[in-house]
Design a protein around this ligand. Structure first.
Ligand code: UGA
Length: 447
C-alpha cells in the first residue's frame, strides 16, 4: 500500500538513505532531507556518498520517486509520515547525544499534521519525553536493524519489524505497520519504551556474544584448543546459534560501541550498575592490544618495524571506519615505534582523513612489499584470493596475524608464513628471530 502523500525521511546518513531508497523501490513517493547541502546536491546529481552494495543502482532505478531537500519546510509541506533517521553519536560520558533528534522535534512540535516515526537509536524513555513535550505529535518507535554491507537486503527482507506505540497512538502504529507489512518478517507491536529497549538490548547482546567468544579464544590459546572449532560446536545448539561467534580483534562500527555504552549509561543514570556491559567493553578494548603482543612475540621490539594493515574499514563491504579496530591498532603500533602502512579496497578516502600518519597503498602487494609483518584487520573476500606464496617472498619477514581468523592457516604456513590467528590451535609462539625467516618451519601445535 502506498502512502498518499510522500514519506518524509529526515537525515540522509546510512540509515536514512537506505530507508528512503528502499521505500521508493517499494513504490512510495519519498522526500528525504539533510542539513548537509553538499550531500543533498550530490544525491540530486545521483552520487551516493557512502559505499553500500546495491545502493547506487537502487537509487538510480527509483529516481523519479525520490526527492532530496536541504530544508525542513519542504518536507513538512508535502510529507505527513516522517521517519527520523538523524544520528545519535556518543557524548564523552557514553550517553547518546540527542541534540539532533531534539532539533527535529522542535521543528514539528506545534504541528498537528505530522506523525513522527523514530528510527534513530535513542535511550529508552526518549519517546515518552518527546510525547510529553509535544502532545500533538503522534509518535511511533520503529528501530532499525540494518547491518552495513547488507543494509538493502536487511531492509527489504527484515527478520522482524518492531513498532512501538503508546496508548492513544495505536492508529499511528497501524499506519507504520501498513507500510512495513508488504516487506514480510514478523511484526512486533509493543509500547514505545520497550521498542527502544529492544534495539539497545539486541545490539548489546550481539556485542556480548562477540566479547564472550573473544575471551573463549584467549583461553583456547592457553589450552591449545581452536576457537573456530569451539564456535562451530557451540553454534549448532539452537539455543545459542552460530552467528556472532567469530573471534577476532573486537567489534567496531558506528553502532555496537555506541549502543553498548548508551545502555550502560542509561542503566547507570537510572541507578542500576550494568556490570556485564562494563566487561563487554573492556574485553573489546583488550582484544586489540593482544594483537600488538602477538606481533612482539614474533618481532621483538616494534621500533623501526614496518607493519602492514590489510583492511581498514570496521568490516567488509563498507567504507565506514567509525570505531574501526584499524584506528586503535595503527595508533598503538605507532606508539610502539613502528611505521604503519595500510590497504583497503574501498575505505582509502576515509582512511586518509582518519589515519593521517599512515602510508596508504593501492594494493595488498604494495602494502606488504618489504614489510616486517602484516595484520589482517578486515576480512575482505579479496584477501582470500591473494597469491600468498609470492607475497611471502615480497615481505622482509613473512609474519601474518590474522585478526579475523579468515585465512586458511595450513595454506598460509605452506606459503612460508609465520601465521597466527586469534585463538586457533597451531598458533605459533615464535621467537622473534626465528619467525623472521621465510623458510622457518612452523612450530608444532600446542596442547
Ligand atoms: C549492527 C547490528 O548487527 C545491526 O542489527 C544494527 O542495526 C546496527 O548495528 C545498528 O545499530 O545500526 P553493523 O554495525 O552494521 O550492525 O555491523 P555488524 O555486522 O553487526 O558488525 C559489528 C562489528 O562486530 C564489526 O566490527 C564486526 O567485525 C564485529 N563482529 C561481528 C565480530 O567481531 N564477530 C562476529 O562474530 C560478528
Amino acid at each position: 500500500m502506498s502512502e498518499q502523500r510522500p514519506i518524509g525521511v529526515i537525515g540522509v546518513g546510512w540509515v536514512g538513505l537506505v530507508t528512503a531508497v528502499c521505500f521508493a523501490d517499494r513504490g512510495h513517493e519519498v522526500i528525504a532531507m539533510d542539513i548537509d547541502e553538499a550531500k543533498v546536491d550530490a544525491l540530486r546529481a545521483g552520487e551516493v556518498p557512502i559505499h553500500e552494495p546495491g545502493l547506487g543502482e537502487l537509487l538510480e532505478r527509483n529516481r523519479e520517486r525520490l526527492r532530496f531537500a536541504a530544508r525542513m519546510p519542504e518536507v513538512l509541506d508535502s510529507a505527513r509520515l516522517l521517519f527520523c533517521c538523524v544520528d545519535t553519536p556518543p557524548t564523552y560520558s557514553g550517553d547518546a547525544d540527542l541534540s539532533r533528534v531534539r532539533a527535529v522535534v522542535s521543528d514539528l512540535s506545534d504541528d498537528g499534521d505530522h506523525l513522527l516515526v523514530m528510527k534513530s537509536t535513542v535511550p529508552s524513555g526518549t519517546g515518552r519525553a518527546i510525547r510529553r513535550d509535544a502532545p500533538d505529535l503522534p509518535y511511533v518507535s520503529c528501530p532499525e536493524f540494518l547491518k552495513e554491507g547488507t543494509a538493502i537486503d536487511d531492509f527489504l527482507h527484515p527478520d522482524r519489524v518492531v513498532i512501538g506505540a503508546d496508548p492513544g497512538d495505536e492508529w499511528a502504529g497501524d499506519q507504520v505497520e501498513a507500510i512495513y507489512r508488504p516487506l514480510g518478517g514478523e511484526i512486533v507491536r509493543t509500547d514505545v519504551a520497550s521498542a527502544e529497549m529492544i534495539k539497545l538490548a539486541a545490539n548489546a547482546f550481539l556485542a556480548t556474544k562477540i566479547s564472550f567468544i573473544n575471551e573463549i579464544a584467549n583461553v583456547c590459546e592457553e589450552v591449545g584448543a581452536d576457537v573456530t572449532e569451539v564456535a562451530r560446536g557451540m553454534g549448532l545448539d539452537e539455543r545459542i546459534g552460530p552467528s556472532f561467534l567469530r573471534a577476532g580483534v573486537g567489534y567496531g562500527g558506528s553502532c555496537f560501541p555506541k549502543d553498548v555504552s548508551a545502555l550502560k549509561q542509561l542503566a547507570g543514570n537510572s541507578g542500576y550498575h550494568f556490570q556485564l556491559l562494563t566487561s563487554v567493553i573492556e574485553v573489546n578494548e583488550l582484544q586489540k592490544r593482544r594483537v600488538i603482543g602477538k606481533l612482539e612475540k614474533h618481532l621483538g621490539s616494534l621500533v623501526g618495524k614496518r607493519v602492514a594493515l590489510l583492511g581498514l574499514a570496521f568490516k567488509p563491504k563498507t567504507d565506514d571506519m567509525r570505531e574501526a579496530s584499524s584506528l586503535v591498532l595503527a595508533s598503538r603500533l605507532q606508539g610502539e615505534g613502528a611505521t604503519v602502512r595500510g590497504y583497503d579496497p574501498v575505505a582509502e578516502n576515509r582512511a586518509r582523513e582518519l589515519l593521517p600518519g599512515i602510508e596508504l597503498l593501492d594494493s595488498p602487494e604494495a602494502a606488504l612489499e618489504g614489510a616486517d609483518a602484516a595484520i589482517l584487520v578486515t576480512e575482505w573476500p579479496e584477501f582470500a584470493e591473494l597469491d600468498w606464496e609470492s607475497l611471502a617472498k615480497r615481505m622482509k619477514a613473512p609474519v601474518l596475524i590474522d585478526g579475523r581468523n579468515y585465512l586458511d592457516p595450513e595454506r598460509l604456513r605452506g606459503a612460508g608464513f609465520a601465521y597466527e590467528g586469534i585463538g586457533r590451535s597451531g598458533d605459533e609462539a615464535a621467537a622473534p628471530a626465528a619467525a623472521a625467516k621465510a623458510d622457518s618451519e612452523p612450530e608444532a601445535p600446542r596442547g
